[in-house]
Design a protein around this ligand. Structure first.
Ligand SMILES: Cc1cc2nc3c(=O)[nH]c(=O)nc-3n(C[C@H](O)[C@H](O)[C@H](O)COP(=O)(O)OP(=O)(O)OC[C@H]3O[C@@H](n4cnc5c(N)ncnc54)[C@H](O)[C@@H]3O)c2cc1C
Length: 497
């Protein structure tokens, strides 16, 4: 298709810098890359190849149009229609809301990938097809034919990512909107899921990038801001806040979380590479591991981004709340990450149901378990390895119990515990990432070419801090998984009067 054929893991490591520099701006290229993958895999014929060639170079941009006023998380409720034409194209009619990069003048043309229902197809997700709808129509030779019947009806005024144009898009107000079918009719949801899986990892990366930037800014600020004395030298000079124990605690929270999030994100990206290009006998296993990790990375990194940017504001004190410093923007920018590309509640249900309880032979969970067992077996510290194995067994026992509850009773009782389960797996995984880092650093005995002693000691301190101070969150989340879900699911709306 183009590009340098870089492994996904290398790309993710680089892309963190791009997203960190400007999450709003990076969205434009993220959506364009998604559209490229779609057209590459499902676009047939010279015209779509022509469009793809322009998207790949960045001359044109792409979007992903799912959401409608009555179809948010419930994509199957969408009403946008596709009417077949004699020439094999479709007329698209409908409205899409909150479309990122929906309209702008950063590039010459925009190719919208639009979910719509071909007239007469069944209701729900099974009746959905997907179309490429260019803003400006071109022919097979790239000659411009004129504007398509697609209009931006308005821009959203948002809490954050204000540099990203979030648009209401009208398709076919004059019944002249031309769309080109991608893939087979009624396979739109499956196709969009492929794109969304990649996009969910990208959104996870957004959470990591903003958290990591917030940490870096806060660490720098804490070195410069002088407040108070060292409690062990009350009459001494004023000290930078980085010397205060509570500020160190907050910085360690930021540092240790972002490092563990980065490891988890790159683990998923590595699984993506191995699933697609690894040795044939291992591909299936990595596909299952990737499937398991996608909702986990998305929910983990994006929930934590909101939490960690809040903590970074706290490190700044009052200045963190003021617009002259970048913290408040980071907090505002990152809130959307836990909402778009499927809310984190929906991600947690995906993990609980599709990836665990309803997954054939528990293949995804087993792939994750096998990864954990293999890694902990390598630990030099056998006590640490044993404690992880014990925690893993507790987790698997709780999952089994959830499976029984699902068979015996109403699903809502189990669904009420989707987020607690996701959080238990989150803390288990982040803890494992830190334990793996500690193990590698200890074994290397300081032999790391090009890395300073301070960096290695800082990395070890952060791993140890995480295992002592943050990892216990796993036990809390697991106790919620084992609690009675009916206490939540049986609450009537009147409870909230
Ligand atoms: C800035 C921005 C950019 C966006 N960009 C795009 C884009 O480019 N393309 C696009 O198509 N869309 C985009 N969206 C839309 C976004 O994907 C949706 O907002 C998101 O999917 C959630 O839908 P909703 O807002 O309608 O919330 P709702 O679906 O109404 O959900 C509200 C709450 O109810 C919960 N909920 C909903 N259904 C269930 C259920 N079955 N079980 C349990 N809980 C449930 C949710 O988790 C959430 O907490 C964007 C939105 C924003 C704000």
């Amino acid at each position: 298709m183009g590009g340098v054929g870089m492994p996904e893991a290398v790309w993710k490591a680089c892309a963190e810098y791009l997203v960190a520099a400007n999450p709003s701006l990076s969205l434009y290229s993220m959506l364009t890359m998604g559209a490229c993958h779609l057209l590459h895999a499902y676009g047939k014929g010279e015209l779509l190849e022509q469009m793809l060639s322009r998207l790949v170079t960045g001359e044109w941009g792409g979007t992903m149009c799912l959401t409608e006023p009555i179809a948010g998380s419930d994509v199957g409720a969408l009403r946008t229609k596709a009417i077949p034409q004699d020439d094999g194209t479709y007329r698209i009619v409908g409205q899409k809301i909150w479309i990122s990069s929906g309209d702008h003048d950063l590039c010459d043309n925009i190719v919208h990938t639009v979910l719509a229902r071909i007239e007469g197809d069944p209701a729900g997700t099974e009746g959905i097809s997907i179309f490429a709808v260019p803003k400006i129509l071109v022919d097979e030779d790239g000659k411009i034919l004129g504007a398509n019947d697609v209009q931006c009806a308005g821009l959203e005024h948002k809490m954050g990512i204000r540099g990203s144009a979030t648009c209401t898009m009208q398709f076919g107000d004059n019944n002249q909107c031309v769309g080109y079918l991608l893939g087979a009719p009624r396979s739109g949801m499956a196709i969009m899921f492929e794109m969304m899986n990649a996009a969910r990892l990208e959104v996870g990366l957004q959470g990591l990038a903003v958290s990591s930037t917030a940490y870096r800014h806060a660490a720098r600020y804490a070195q410069d801001r002088i407040q108070g004395q060292n409690p062990e030298d009350r009459n001494g000079p004023g000290v930078a806040i980085i010397h205060h124990a509570d500020v160190k605690r907050m910085l360690l929270k930021l540092k240790s979380h972002t490092e563990a999030m980065r490891s988890l994100t790159l683990l998923a990206a590595g699984a993506q590479d191995r699933a697609a290009h690894g040795e044939k006998i291992h591909r299936q296993r990595y596909t299952h591991l990737l499937d398991f990790l996608i909702p986990l990375v998305k929910a983990t990194n994006t929930d934590l981004a909101w939490d960690l940017t809040g903590e970074a504001i706290q490190i700044y004190g009052g200045y963190g709340f003021c617009t002259e410093y970048p913290m408040e923007q980071m907090a505002r920018d990152c809130k959307i990450f836990s909402i778009y590309e499927g809310t984190n509640g929906i991600q947690s249900m995906d993990l609980l149901m599709r990836k665990i309880l309803l997954n054939k032979d528990f293949q995804c969970l087993n792939a994750f378990r096998d990864f954990c067992v293999t890694e902990t077996a390598l630990f030099e510290d056998k006590e640490l390895a044993a404690s992880f194995m014990k925690k893993l067994n507790h987790l698997l026992t709780s999952v089994k119990k959830l499976g029984q509850e699902l068979q015996e009773g109403p699903p809502n009782k189990v669904l009420a515990k989707a987020v607690p389960l996701q959080k238990a797996i989150r803390y288990f995984s982040l803890g494992l990432m830190q334990a793996m880092a500690l193990d590698r650093l200890t074994k290397a005995k300081g032999r790391f070419d090009g890395l300073s002693r301070e960096f290695i000691e800082g990395r070890k301190a952060s791993a140890k801090y995480f295992l002592e101070f943050e990892f216990p969150a796993y036990e809390l989340a697991l106790s919620q998984v084992n609690a009675d879900g009916n206490l939540i699911s049986r609450c009537e709306p009147d409870t909230f009067r």
